[in-house]
Design a protein around this ligand. Structure first.
Ligand SMILES: [Zn+2]
Ligand SMILES: [Zn+2]
Length: 339
């Protein structure tokens, strides 16, 4: 391969599928770093992008290099600002690129910036041999961690934010949907002192991973005897049809956190659940910057969450199509791409 070219996974046209092709290696713009990608990992969001769902259509302007979960070695820093990032560091990227000027940014809610750009979605991302990351969303990893683990911190961060918001210590927690973030939520809930953690997932492959991540029990669907018995319910499936199940599972005055994004609009019986049951309902979009990332580092370095349990497949970047097939089968945990 020519020295100035790299392999990249591109959403080139506004339709399903991707192109895997050689393109020029990017140059870091002002206040950006250039990294050589070491490992990237595929996210559920990447399936929506691949399939070109209505959500993807609303967020992506092709052509764009997809992929937002990665670890890379810093080759260049184009900045005049003081920074703790150095050449040779292994860094990851926070997906939510904030503008640092809007109301939410000013009150320290940068993860829900009003003018947010999404890495690997609204701008070029990390399914490539090289990537540029804004310096302000570059996370310096704890050097002792395995790079494969570093690449999957972004979904663990989602789980940490969800579980932190839910305040699970001493509680019975039910997790709906055991994709990678739901699986992480099981381990994090245990680490943060939940009394009993229950997983619900249709496919048995991921139910087994749920048990490995520390779930006390797993079920294919909500058992009758658990209706109105769960203090905390985490909706991680993004399946519009199970939302009413999640509402049923919560006990009176229980807490429900929405995280999974349904493909279609969902309807909810607000009288039955929000009023008669006095449920507390909250939602999470991304990770608190940088509080959640520090929590993730602590869980990993203290050995309280073992991400390797859910890393089930590795593919070369050039084998992206094959990796996507496995990802869509539901018979995988986290799938890694090695450039
Ligand atoms: Zn992700
Ligand atoms: Zn902002």
């Amino acid at each position: 391969m020519a020295q100035d070219k790299m392999l990249a996974v591109l959403k080139e046209k506004p339709k399903s599928g991707v192109e895997i092709k050689e393109i020029p290696i990017p140059k870091p713009q002002k206040e950006e770093v250039l990294v050589k990608v070491v490992v990237a990992s595929i996210c559920g969001t990447d399936i929506s992008i691949y399939d070109w769902t209505p959500w993807a259509e609303g967020h992506i302007k092709p052509p764009v290099i997809i992929g937002h979960e990665l670890v890379g070695e810093v080759l260049e820093i184009n900045s005049t600002q003081p920074t703790h990032i150095k050449k040779g560091d292994l860094v990851s990227s926070e997906t939510h690129i904030f503008d640092n000027t809007c109301y939410q940014c000013l009150i320290n809610n940068r993860h829900i910036c009003e003018n947010m750009e999404l890495f690997g979605i609204g701008r070029n991302g990390g399914f490539a041999e090289y990537a540029t990351i804004p310096l302000r969303t570059t996370w310096k990893n704890i050097a002792s961690l395995d790079p494969k683990v570093m690449s999957a911190q972004e979904p663990l961060g989602n789980a940490v934010h969800v579980v932190t918001k839910a305040q699970v210590a001493g509680k019975t927690v039910l997790v709906f949907g055991l994709g990678p973030v739901g699986l992480c939520a099981i381990a994090v809930a245990k680490a943060y002192g939940a009394k009993r953690v229950i997983g619900v997932n249709r496919g048995d492959y991921r139910r087994n991973l749920g048990l490995k991540m520390g779930a006390d029990e797993v079920y294919e669907s909500l058992p009758k005897e658990l209706e109105n018995k769960c203090d905390v319910v985490l909706e991680m499936s993004g399946n519009a049809e199970v939302i009413s199940e999640a509402l049923k599972a919560a006990r009176i005055a229980g807490k429900l956190i929405f995280f999974g994004i349904p493909k279609n609009e969902a309807s909810i019986d607000t009288g039955k659940y929000f009023i008669n049951k006095e449920l507390s309902v909250d939602s999470v979009f991304g990770r608190r910057i940088w509080e959640t990332w520090f929590q993730v580092s602590d869980l990993l370095t203290e050995g309280k969450v073992d991400l390797k349990t859910i890393i089930t497949h590795e593919f070369k970047l050039s084998e992206f199509e094959e990796a996507m097939k496995v990802m869509k089968s539901g018979e995988s945990g986290k799938i890694l791409l090695i450039p």
